[in-house]
Design a protein around this ligand. Structure first.
Ligand SMILES: Nc1nc2c(c(=O)[nH]1)N=C([C@H](O)[C@@H](O)CO)CN2
Length: 116
């Protein structure tokens, strides 16, 4: 299966369940694996057939930073839904990491897979 990948997409947003978290921005780090048949783009070196990682990154940053969210599970689900519905990605793996949330850990996070 071909994929388009985005690793370590940093998104600043209001995220968390505690009152103190609703008053500041924190940075999430997203890793995305998106199934995509890359042959059509490669065959004629045709950008219009490619899944543009730049466009996807911009859209997800807008989606996740537009309003406060409590759970990183919600972030992962919204990202997956956007990729399936708006970008017609047939399958996606979304990992959302919240660095610094647990001081003793490098990062904590969730990972989901969704398909159409
Ligand atoms: N499974 C989850 N557990 C927790 C979350 C979360 O989003 N998903 N969030 C928090 C707090 O917001 C925490 O990150 C504050 O440091 C706790 N557990």
């Amino acid at each position: 299966m071909d994929k388009v990948l985005i690793q370590g997409l940093q998104i600043e947003t209001i995220i968390g369940i505690y009152e103190w978290e609703k008053k500041l921005h924190q940075t999430l780090s997203l890793d995305l694996e998106m199934a995509w048949d890359n042959r059509a783009a490669a065959e004629h070196d045709d950008y219009s057939k490619a899944l543009c990682y730049e466009t996807v990154s911009r859209r997800l940053t807008q989606l996740i930073s537009e309003k406060p969210i409590e759970l990183i599970e919600t972030v992962a689900e919204r990202v997956a839904t956007c990729l399936l519905d708006e970008f017609q990605v047939p399958w996606v793996r979304v990992r959302v990491m919240k660095p610094g949330a647990v001081p003793a850990a490098n990062a904590v996070g969730v990972e989901i897979e969704r398909s159409r």
